[in-house]
Each structure stands twice: as structure tokens, then as C-alpha cells.
Design a protein around this ligand. Structure first.
Ligand SMILES: C[S@@+](CC[C@H](N)C(=O)[O-])C[C@H]1O[C@@H](n2cnc3c(N)ncnc32)[C@H](O)[C@@H]1O
Length: 212
């Protein structure tokens, strides 16, 4: 399902600041070399993540699902001077690509990349976070939320990506396991009263969640 009118998308990209050189290189590299390049946040969503992070000015960011490192570098732009971003990637090959780009970034010293299963790694993190970006396997979203919520500061934010799942999650009876998992996650979030939430109709849908 085409969610965003391509003319609107193109216009919005043209009237937004361009990607910086390293982000453009990550995007070009990923589109050219990775079979799942559609997973990359991309120009507009990346710019939103940068803007939001710059508004929040987080000291501690957690990202679940690094992929080739694009969104981590967008989020890192908003960190405080003493800030740190931790990002978790299951697949060694993707983590190696991301590490190569992080090493060339001015945010190199502010990013800690963990390789392994986020469910295990998040459980082991003894930290509080100001901003969490959930962007890994869709059937894991509710578990990620439950693991992360106690480690989220009051007024801290969780952003969760692909909340429409290409339009497949918003129908009454979704078919695939990912679409079903996202529908369950959306209902789970909508039923909670201990958070403020809104869905941003950006790209594939981004849930913005604030802990009250
Ligand atoms: C949609 S991509 C992330 C895109 C990235 N945040 C960006 O915007 O460029 C999802 C990533 O999550 C990773 N992933 C899937 N299951 C995971 C798990 N259990 N723990 C950590 N990472 C996982 C995948 O290998 C994949 O690289």
C-alpha cells in the first residue's frame, strides 16, 4: 500500500535540509549493497529523528535495531555534550558496516554498539534513558517496550517505527505475523494510561510515546 503520496514525499524532501555527507554515503551504500535497504530510515525520517533528538537534548539514548547505522547517527546529533547513545544490532554483518561508519563520525566517542539479541542486552543494561528508538523485529515490540519502560526517565520518550507496517497492520484482520504483531503493539500502547502517545504519519508510521 502506498501510504504517502510520492509528490508530497518529494516536495517534503526538497524543502528539508539535505542529509549530511556521511548519512548520504550510508544511504547510498545501503541502497546499492544491502538486500533489505528499505529498512533504512532515510532522509525525511532521519531528519525528524535528528530534530526530535535536538529538541529533547537527551543524555542517554537507546536504539534497538542499528542496521547500517543511519538512524543512530541522526539521533546522536541531539545528545548533550556528555551524552551517550547505545545501539543494539543482532546481525554481525550489519553491525560491522555500522561500526565502520560510526568510526568515521564526529559522534564516534558517543556511540556504543552492542552486537547480539536486544532482549538479552537490554535486560543487562543498568541505566536510565531519556530517549529510546525501537526499530527491530516486529514480534518483539511489546517485549522491548516492557523491558525498556522501567529504564525510561519520567517524561522520557520512546519512538517505535513501522507502526502501519506498509498499511498491513491497520486493517481489521492483518495477515502476516509482523503485521499482526504491530497491530497488537498499537492496541497495547493505545490502552495504556501511563503514557502520552501519538502516531506520526511519517513514512511507515512512527509512534511517539512519552512516559507520564
Ligand atoms: C528496520 S532495521 C533498523 C533500521 C535502522 N534503525 C535505521 O533506521 O537505519 C531492523 C534491524 O533490527 C535488527 N534486529 C532484528 N532483531 C533483533 C534483535 N532481536 N536484537 C537486535 N537487533 C535486531 C535487524 O538485524 C535489522 O538490522
Amino acid at each position: 500500500m502506498e501510504l504517502i503520496n510520492p509528490l508530497v514525499q518529494e516536495y517534503a524532501e526538497r524543502f528539508s535540509s539535505p542529509e549530511d555527507a556521511l548519512l548520504k554515503e550510508i544511504a547510498d551504500f545501503t541502497y546499492k549493497n544491502h538486500s533489505e535497504s528499505q529498512m533504512l530510515s532515510g532522509h525525511l525520517q532521519g531528519k525528524f529523528l535528528e530534530m526530535a533528538s535536538t529538541m529533547i537534548r537527551p543524555r542517554r539514548i537507546l536504539e534497538i535495531g542499528t542496521f547500517t547505522g543511519y538512524s543512530a547517527l541522526c539521533l546522536a546529533k541531539g545528545l548533550t555534550d556528555d551524552g551517550l547513545l547505545q545501539t543494539i544490532e543482532l546481525r554481525e554483518a550489519d553491525a560491522a558496516i555500522a561500526r565502520g561508519f560510526f568510526d568515521r563520525s564526529v559522534y564516534k566517542e558517543k556511540i556504543v554498539l552492542h552486537t547480539g539479541d536486544a532482549k538479552k542486552i537490554v535486560s543487562e543494561l543498568d541505566e536510565m534513558f531519556d530517549l529510546v528508538f525501537i526499530d527491530a523485529d516486529k514480534p518483539g515490540y511489546i517485549e522491548y517496550f516492557n523491558l525498556v519502560f522501567p529504564k525510561l526517565e519520567k517524561n522520557g520518550f520512546i519512538f517505535a517505527d513501522n507502526i502501519f507496517f506498509h498499511g498491513e497492520a491497520i486493517v481489521a484482520e492483518p495477515k502476516g505475523k509482523n503485521a499482526k504483531a504491530i497491530k497488537d503493539f498499537n492496541e497495547f500502547i493505545n490502552n495504556r494510561i501511563d503514557i502520552e502517545k501519538m502516531i506520526l504519519t511519517l513514512r511507515d508510521g512512527l509512534y511517539l510515546i512519552r512516559k507520564k
